[in-house]
Design a protein around this ligand. Structure first.
Ligand code: TPP
Length: 366
């Protein structure tokens, strides 16, 4: 184990004091430090490719290397700018990638969507010609030292892999106090389930949204089949659109999060242009990546009404209380879509949250 404080003071001594990335549960202990930095020192981006690019821009101006952090599931998003821009054959941009290693081989079993990615993470880094080290304890800082030197000398990206539970984590440090009175994601999901609308197909996004939907169905012994998009963060709406375009008799409901939505926000005009009347999009807006530690999403000035309507959605709805949601839900479902419903929620989830499993069975039954 190693604490985020030790890691950060180590990096600071090596003049690495600019951070950009996409939050990850493995690295969430770093948040207690990062949340105090302003955008001079820390920027949370929409996706991991964006973080690589931002780190490159930072280098162009400062000649200093950025620390780009993300979960290994985001390596796919990062690959394009790593290969075609930061690689030594092109602009040769040094940077340090701090990668949360879910599904690491020989570790305690992780969720299915992390297993293969975990297995191939080292191979992917090798293919990308990225030197890397594995950080497990304080002694490994020596290895980190070496790869930072390589990055500076050879002017190339290098990586440090960090497994689950290596960075110690204190939940109370940065979780906002739960406000039990406010609207929660599961209140809305609960209502949606209880409405038992026929011909409704639900697609849910990565993290707590899918887990809560799955759990609440189970608790209610409700056998309705949903599609839980546990991986492929940010792509739920496209999966739902593909289905909606081919089954106009069904209402297709995508349950999204604000972090997921902005990760691949380009999907909005695609949905708008391919006007699927039956497409209904709910975004649970809690202004944070709650599922991985509550880090802020960069959407403070985003106006989802203007955004969705300007992308071609036909209708926009808004609710911040369950009463408001209940009164608008039927209008939303029956509106001529694509329709967008922004639901402002507070953090807070169901106790002992389980996880969807048996994905092939889910696919078959869906
Ligand atoms: C490509 C990728 N990057 C990062 C993650 C880690 N991750 C899982 S859930 C999540 C947060 C999702 O945030 P949001 O959609 O706002 O939903 P909330 O957690 O607030 O319910 C993140 C960053 C991931 N699974 N995949």
């Amino acid at each position: 184990m190693i604490t985020a404080d030790i890691l950060f003071s180590f990096l600071k001594k090596r003049k690495i004091n600019f951070f950009t990335g996409v939050p990850d549960s493995v690295l969430k202990d770093t948040n207690k430090i990062l949340k105090n930095y302003n955008n001079d020192k820390h920027v949370i981006t929409h996706n991991e490719g964006g973080s690589i690019a931002l780190g490159a821009g930072y280098f162009l101006k400062t000649k200093k290397i950025a620390c780009v952090y993300f979960q290994n599931s985001g390596l796919g998003n990062a690959i394009n700018p790593l290969i075609s821009m930061a690689h030594k054959n092109i602009y040769s941009i040094p940077m340090l990638l701090l990668i949360g290693w879910r599904g690491a081989p020989k570790e305690k079993k992780d969720e299915p969507q992390h297993i293969h990615q975990g297995k191939i993470t080292e191979k992917m880094l090798k293919l990308l010609e990225i030197d890397y080290c594995i950080l497990e304890n304080k002694k490994d800082l020596k290895k980190l030292e070496k790869i930072i030197i390589i990055s500076k000398k050879k002017q190339k990206p290098v990586a440090c892999l960090i497994k689950k539970n290596v960075l110690s984590f204190n939940k109370n440090i940065f979780y906002k106090k739960r406000d039990n009175k406010g609207l929660k994601r599961h209140d809305v999901i609960n209502f949606i389930i209880d409405k038992k609308i026929n011909n409704l197909k639900i697609f849910s996004t990565t993290g707590y949204t899918s887990r809560e939907l799955y759990q609440l169905r189970k608790l209610k012994k409700d056998k309705t089949k949903d599609f839980y998009n546990v991986g492929a963060m940010g792509h739920t709406s496209m999966i739902a659109l593909g289905y909606a375009l081919k089954d106009k008799n069904k209402k297709v409901l995508c349950l999204d999060g604000d972090g997921s939505l902005i990760m691949h926000m380009g999907s909005l005009p695609v949905i708008g242009e391919n006007t699927a009347r039956n497409f209904k999009h709910i975004i649970f807006n809690n202004n944070q990546h709650e599922s991985v530690g509550g880090q802020k999403t960069p959407i403070k000035s985003t106006n989802f009404k203007k955004l969705s309507l300007s992308c071609g959605y036909k209708k926009y709805f808004f609710a911040k209380t369950l009463k408001q949601f209940k009164s608008k839900y039927s209008f939303f479902l029956n509106s001529r879509g694509p329709s967008f419903f922004e639901v402002q929620i507070l953090p807070g989830s169901v106790k002992n949250l389980t996880r969807p499993k048996e994905f092939l069975k889910i696919r078959k039954n869906f």
